[in-house]
Design a protein around this ligand. Structure first.
Ligand code: TMP
Length: 218
């Protein structure tokens, strides 16, 4: 049985996940937990190559939605077996920037692939490895678009195939996340990500702290 705790962060572009993962990791480390932070797609050498193919490769423009679904889950299958399961078995806190809810939202709702087929692929990739908690950071689409614009203006330009999708696609993704959060309220907690980072961080801590004694201190 897993001794660790598996927490995933989800949301649309610019929702503040990276900042909040960093803050939660620091908080957990400060009280003595061993923390592993990951990102999807990616997180392993194989997964990072797949990430490049999915997002930045010059050869990716013709990628079909079906290939995208399978590549996301190839990366995930590797991450689950190479990193997540051993880390949880060793009692670590595993914090992942995205996991399978992103597939349901982006490939299922966004690309409009059949939701049952998407679920079957996810089930094959992850098996029994499921998040204990998912923090869904919600920001209005204008905030998301503005944060994305300001991030793009401060960093050197790197083409990202997924960010090239149109506004309707991102509206479907945001709707998909809403449906997922409403369907699994025990696991998926809705967080208002439009507030200042320290306020969001405090809300997250209120949710995470009660779960900590269950995993013990080692
Ligand atoms: P990010 O690391 O900057 O969030 O980029 C990951 C991108 O990949 C983001 O646009 C969401 C997308 N994505 C999917 O479409 N499906 C998935 O299953 C995952 C994990 C990410």
């Amino acid at each position: 049985m897993s001794k660790g705790l598996f927490i995933t962060f989800e949301g649309t572009e610019g929702c503040g996940k990276s900042t909040q993962i960093k803050l939660l990791a620091e908080h957990l480390q400060a009280i003595g937990h061993r923390v592993r932070t990951l990102r999807e797609p990616g997180g392993t050498p194989i997964g990072e190559e797949i990430r490049h193919t999915l997002k930045h490769s010059h050869a990716n423009t013709a990628m079909t939605a079906e290939a995208e679904l399978l590549l996301m889950n190839a990366s995930r299958a590797q991450l689950v077996r190479e990193i997540i399961r051993p880390a949880l078995a060793a009692g670590e806190m595993v914090l992942s920037d995205r996991f399978y809810d992103s597939t349901t939202a982006y490939q299922g709702y966004g690309r409009e692939l059949d939701l049952n087929q998407v679920k079957s692929v996810i089930d094959f990739a992850v098996g029994e490895t499921r998040p204990n908690l998912t923090l869904f950071l919600h920001v209005p689409s204008e905030v998301s678009a503005e944060r994305l614009r300001s991030r793009q203006s401060t960093l050197p330009f790197v083409r990202d195939r997924i960010e090239e999708a149109d506004r309707k696609f991102f509206e479907r993704v945001a709707h998909g996340f809403g449906v997922i959060a409403a369907g699994e309220p025990q696991r998926v907690k809705f967080i208002n990500g439009a507030r200042p980072a320290d306020v969001v961080c405090a809300s997250i801590w209120e949710i995470v702290q009660p779960l900590l004694p269950k995993v013990g201190r080692w």
